[in-house]
Design a protein around this ligand. Sequence first.
Ligand code: ADP
Length: 217
Amino acid sequence: MIVASDSPSAERRPNLFRQPSLVALGARAQILGQHPLTVWLTGLSGSGKSTIAQTLECRLIDAGRACSVLDGDNLRHGLNCDLGFSPEARRENVRRVAEVARLMNDAGLIAIAALISPYAEDRAMARHIVGAEHYFETHLSADVDACERRDPKGLYAKARRGEISDFTGVNAPYEVPTDPAIVLATGSLSVERCVDALFAAVMARAAPSSPGSGMQP
Ligand code: ADP
């Protein structure tokens, strides 16, 4: 059974009580000297989510930022191995990744989440779970034609042959983000140019003194 709900409320869990932490909110981030972010990469299959996530992670580590990648495909081998690609399963996939990203942010880390996350409503849920002050939505803008020309995993060819159902861009929808923090034209620009732009934006937002960080410089 797939539980595709928003964060469970206390009303629905009458016998569960939140255990407050003895460590002050933000203390771990203070040690790491950064404002924790969830860099949420959304885009079609082949738009470059894994490539951008890994390259950004290397750049941030080199710059002394503590971060880690949550790759949607990798997580489907473990945490999310029970989920398929129906709208309900995708929603649960987003919910779980967002919850893990929130835990990473609580630990002071920058989480880089790379998953198609095609539905606007599901991304809004991710923003809600992570918290707007941490959520950094990044749209990897490459249209179906560009992604299909690359087809790095041969999945578009399979989907066109009818061997994959619910394949985003072919026989399942992708709702383009209307208000992302940044858009990367991964369909036309190089990996380096896209990562340069994203790295600069993330470094600015992750700075302890950035607006809304709530941290003392
Ligand atoms: P996704 O994770 O979105 O399915 P991948 O990162 O696995 O996509 O594959 C994207 C492919 O497109 C890779 O082969 C990558 O080298 C290529 N590519 C070309 N230009 C870019 C770019 N600007 N950003 C990301 N990937 C790019």
